[in-house]
Design a protein around this ligand. Structure first.
Ligand SMILES: *Cc1c(COP(=O)(O)O)cnc(C)c1O
Length: 390
């Protein structure tokens, strides 16, 4: 079996008769058949092959095959965005009367889907506190079908013990579904710890250059079969162009994640000693409450650092305004360093109480540390900390 970097580079769609070195873009909505019998057999799932790009396409298939190798998954389906993958996982596998347990510390839109939409279809939920693992067992009900988590979580960087949770899920016949967006398969592979499904927003580190939206859901064959049928019939498919971009981007995932992590770790250490900062969160800092767990299941700390600035909401905004180089934008996992203020943006739809229960304080700032020279990143942040003093 080839190693991670080689799989990320050498997994390619079959060469065409033109003998190209880099895979071409298959901009076609449908595929032709040799004859009526082949067409019948393909529609009947007796023969494998491309029929229509909502079902499959050589570019999306290459992206899926590569991601399966990188995550150690049996199968997958690629979607138009990360949220389409989250939604497809819920819709294809849950039904009215089912119950889901989710860590409370999750992406804002996922929180909205669980809290606002799932109840409309009779799917109930319980939110679980990552910092109190002993309370999780008590949340399991007879109708609990899925546990959904992010580790590290957005934006609080909470870490959950994946092995412990997978054992709990398996013992109770529950599907463990992990949003692995922050770590990427280069840093953490939840399936190796026993997770049944892994989700990614391809928009983040998989692309890594802030160009395209995309998502993917990977895992056990029998679960992906249901998800495939749901997606094939409802249409959240990834476009061939975005799949082509994402698959190309994966060729550099390993070196990008190494540098993102190196820069983020240096920034976290710098911030930890800064007198204008109350607290810094980074999985590979000893001060992180789940540092030992992070070390056990992640090979690097990742590219996100969050911190609490002195002076609350006003100071947080002043700090963002004082940045000269770092971008103010909603994305993360880009080559460019990005600063955001979750309380007023990504998590603004949550109530004040909900926000504080997931650790989003008014002065919390999230930095997606990019690939610029680390000294320039630190200089920009340090100047902004000085000039935003109140
Ligand atoms: C961005 C993000 C998503 C949603 O992905 P989109 O591609 O924007 O739909 C889901 N989970 C996490 C952790 C994210 O950061």
């Amino acid at each position: 079996m080839k190693k991670f970097e080689t799989n990320a580079i050498r997994t390619q769609a079959d060469q065409s008769s033109s003998r190209e070195h880099s895979v071409p873009l298959y901009l076609t909505s449908s595929f032709t058949f040799d004859d009526a019998e082949q067409m019948r057999a393909m529609f009947a799932d007796e023969l494998e092959g491309n029929i229509y790009s909502r079902f499959s396409n050589p570019n999306t298939s290459e992206f899926i095959e590569k991601m399966c190798l990188l995550e150690g998954a049996e199968a997958g389906y690629a979607t138009a965005s990360g949220m389409a993958a989250v939604f497809a996982g819920f819709m294809a596998l849950l039904k009215s009367g089912d119950h889901i347990i989710s860590s409370s510390s999750i992406f804002g839109s996922t929180h909205t889907v669980i809290t606002k939409f799932l109840p409309k279809w009779g799917i109930t939920h319980s939110y679980a506190d990552v910092n109190k693992p002993e309370t999780w067992v008590g949340l399991i009900q007879k109708n609990t079908k899925m546990i959904f988590i992010e580790s590290p979580s957005n934006p609080g960087l909470d870490i959950i013990d994946l092995k412990w949770l997978a054992d709990l899920a398996n013992k109770n016949n529950i599907i463990l579904n992990v949003d692995n967006c922050f770590a990427t398969p280069f840093i953490q592979r939840p399936i190796e710890f026993g997770a049944h499904l892994v989700i990614h927003s391809g928009t983040k580190y998989l692309d890594g250059q802030g160009r395209v939206l995309g998502g993917i859901i990977l895992g056990k064959k029998e679960l992906i079969k249901e998800i495939y049928t749901f997606c094939r019939s409802t249409g959240p498919s990834l476009s061939p162009f975005n799949a082509w971009v994402l698959s190309k981007s994966l060729e550099t995932l390993s070196i990008r994640m190494e540098r993102h992590s190196e820069n983020a770790h240096k920034l976290a250490v710098y911030l930890e000693s800064h007198k204008e900062i109350i607290q810094v969160r980074y999985p590979f800092l000893r001060s992180h409450p789940q540092y030992e767990t992070a070390k056990k299941q992640m090979s690097l700390g990742g590219g996100i650092v969050s911190f609490e600035i002195k002076g609350g909401i006003e100071r947080g905004k002043e700090f963002l305004n004082a940045l000269e180089m770092c971008s103010l934008t909603a994305n993360l996992g880009d080559t460019r360093t990005i600063a955001t203020h979750p309380a007023s943006t990504t998590h603004a739809k949550l109530s004040e109480e909900e926000r504080s229960s997931v650790g989003i304080t008014p002065g919390l700032v999230r930095i997606s540390v990019g690939l610029e020279n680390i000294q320039d990143i630190i200089d920009d942040i340090s100047k902004a900390l000085e000039s935003s003093k109140i």
